[in-house]
Design a protein around this ligand. Structure first.
Ligand SMILES: [Fe+2]
Ligand SMILES: [Fe+2]
Length: 271
């Protein structure tokens, strides 16, 4: 069995409640997870002190951590046009994770992090072909029945229930590559709305079954930037997988109780 805690959009600089960072650390560290995933937007404005706070939080998780940047973690062009073009994720790489395509492999579990961040001017994100090549190479050598997880900040598909929303440039190519890599689950964020749904991809050959991908879009774990039905609300996910099935538990913060509790559980077959 594999277990992942999935946080997104932590947004240091816009923390919602004084105790919420400690509350989520306690909630995660009270369970046995193989991995903690953070799918981007650790900061509000990519400031040094925000990254320092994010780094301190990551260091307090007991499980290994896999992190990808969000659009808020990449510096705005007006700070330094040269940096913006050539090393826009430099601060993220300095404080959080030098590798923009991190991986985590354990028995029964293969996780690949894809960088989709391209700064606030392309807030919908962008997937680079060389990062997709790295993803293909990684999943190609994993055992066939391993639980395959792709982590990125932005969405690759339109989720009808969420109305009009950003989709990364290059999403179609990324989705095709994820399908070919037999990805089971995409972990993303960015919309600040907690939503779990499956996406049916059309079969390549008429009459054959299409590939099904599950998309778990996390709410904002700790910030005051929740949107729509998640306004002023904080969520993150627990993922539990075995060879036959997996489930996603959406954990919601209760400000009165000062802790997180499961709001919804959605289960999926892997067959
Ligand atoms: Fe965000
Ligand atoms: Fe974002």
């Amino acid at each position: 069995m594999a277990r992942i805690a999935h946080l997104s959009d932590v947004h240091f600089g816009k923390i919602a409640h004084p105790g919420i960072v400690d509350a989520i650390l306690g909630d995660v560290n009270g369970e046995a997870f193989d991995l903690v995933v953070v799918s981007g937007d650790l900061t509000q404005r990519a400031r040094r002190h925000e990254f320092t706070q994010a780094r301190a939080m990551l260091d307090r998780f007991q499980a290994p951590v896999l992190v990808v940047p969000g659009n808020h973690d990449v510096r705005a062009w007006w700070h330094d046009p040269f940096d913006r073009v050539f090393r826009s994720a430099r601060r993220f790489q300095t404080y959080i994770e030098p590798n923009l395509t991190p991986t985590f492999t354990a028995p029964g579990l293969a996780v690949f992090g894809l960088n989709s961040a391209h700064g606030l001017t392309i807030k919908g994100g962008k997937i680079r072909p060389r990062h997709l090549d790295a993803m293909r190479d990684y999943f190609a050598v994993q055992p066939p029945d391993v639980f395959r997880v792709l982590v990125l900040h932005h969405h690759l598909t339109r989720i009808d229930a969420l109305g009009g929303h950003d989709i990364a440039r290059g999403a179609r190519e990324a989705l095709v590559a994820a399908e070919e890599a037999r990805v089971d689950l995409i972990l993303c964020g960015h919309l600040h709305r907690s939503h779990v749904a499956h996406v049916e991809l059309a079969p390549k050959v008429a009459g054959e079954p299409g590939h099904r991908l599950v998309v778990a879009s996390a709410g904002t774990a700790t910030s005051s930037r929740g949107r729509a039905e998640n306004k002023a609300t904080n969520f993150y996910n627990w993922i539990t997988a075995d060879e036959e099935a997996f489930r996603v538990d959406e954990r919601r913060f209760d400000p009165d109780a000062g802790g997180f509790a499961t709001e919804r559980t959605t289960a999926f077959d892997r067959t």
